[in-house]
Design a protein around this ligand. Sequence first.
Ligand SMILES: [Mg+2]
Length: 357
Amino acid sequence: MKIIAVHAYVVLTKTKVPFVWRRGLPGSDPVTQQTWLRLVTDEGIEGWSCAMRGPIAFDLIARRLKPWLLGKDPLMKELLWHELWEIDRIEELPMYMMGVVDAALWDITAKAAKLPLYQLLGGYRDTIEAYASTVTYRTTEEFLDVADQCLARGFRAIKLHAWGDARKDAALCQALRKHVGPDIALMYDGSAGFDPYESLYLGRALEEAGYLWYEEPMREFSINAYRRLCEQLDIPVLAAETSDGCHYNVADFIAQGAADMVRTSFFYKGGITGALRVAHLADSFQLSAEVHGMGVENTHLCLAIRNNHYYETLIRGNPIFVDANIGKDCHVRVPAAPGLGHDINLKALEKAAVAKL
Ligand SMILES: [Mg+2]
């Protein structure tokens, strides 16, 4: 099989319910710019994938990736994945860009095998529970109100992205535990908002409140800082979400005792190929590899990776907005169609595109 054409389409969509981020820092753009990547093969099978950072992805596809991909065999994913690291050495690709190319290649492979991707990857489950991953709300009262709405919608697990103030966030986490009782799974995501001293203070509060995991309190630059934190706390520290270098880097987090659970994702860990490597690496140490982020690519990973326990879905707005892929039972599934299952209307996409290749 050969790739005979590489297309890219930039589409703009008005952001319906914005992602609100701590202390007014930039969250969502008012208009979301996505770039669809379309790989056409000589056997009539097409591979699709979507990048969130539209203009950056478009530039990289046009300038670096299209000339490289043309004529390549898309089934040789392992070779192409390693060549992407070579391109990264020159270009310093954004981490998600490897994932976009790799996922489109897996889409082709799964379509050729006539299987939904997660079954090709191994297939562990057909459906998985979603947890409600909140944006940052203004007050404790609003967070508790949103938690009530999540519970009423059927969620049994809630993760907070709070203000990035260790004392206020600790008090919020304790108030939420009191509010929902002991049977709801609660998680906290620091999104790298803290230094080691604040991280320890907050971690102790989460421990007391019986949280399931304590995610990314610090930037993932210092493995030593994470190792010290893991030694000081009993609550599982979930790390290596955004650290560069895929499993090569996650291996050091694990070997140094700098993570009790690790993150994996299509987005930040080199696509499907890299995300699986991280998951299997963690599994060999009997650690969880929890899938970060949303979308159909990550859903397939959630269904294929045994040592992952939830699908993350972002809860925005008040009243809350819940994505359409979350079932009434707060579980997610994927289309039965072969491949990733992206539902593309090519004519409409070509018409809507503000830039195309
Ligand atoms: Mg996170």
